[in-house]
Ligand binder design. Structure first.
Ligand code: CUA
Length: 135
């Protein structure tokens, strides 16, 4: 079968346009991670912004999920709006009751539950928890 050169060129142009379109769509479509990101989730990626402010009030934190990179030092500042709360991450040995902030470096990827560090903050203390995801 003989293929005309002009047809080949047309075919090439069509393929190029399709590829270009796919690239454009990819560029303007939010990535899966962006679209799934919740308001109460904070993702820490760079080393310069490894400071997380966690606001605590009766009886929740403003972030349910904090996502960080393993091997990077992070600082979590706890801002108490009412009672004296704090952050406790038992599996990482982090205990931040009575402190404004805790600084630590998670080295093992995984999911770590965090809790309010003060069992006497009030009747809803048990509900104050979230997950630190170390990637
Ligand atoms: Cu807040 Cu215990």
């Amino acid at each position: 079968m003989k293929i005309k050169k002009s047809n080949l060129i047309k075919f090439g142009i069509v393929i190029s346009l399709v590829l270009f379109g796919v690239i454009l769509i990819g560029f303007f479509t939010p990535s899966k991670e962006d679209s799934l990101e919740l308001d109460n989730e904070q993702t820490i990626t760079g080393t310069s912004d490894n400071i997380i402010t966690l606001t605590a009030q009766k009886f929740s934190f403003d972030k349910d999920i904090i996502r960080v990179k393993s091997g990077e030092e992070i600082t979590i500042k706890v801002k108490n709006l009412d009672a004296e709360h704090g952050i406790l991450i038992p599996d990482l040995g982090v205990f931040g009751y009575g402190k404004d902030e805790v600084t630590f470096t998670p080295t093992q990827p995984g999911e770590y539950e965090f809790f309010c560090a003060n069992p006497y903050c009030g009747g809803g203390h048990q509900r104050m928890k979230g997950t630190l995801i170390v990637e």
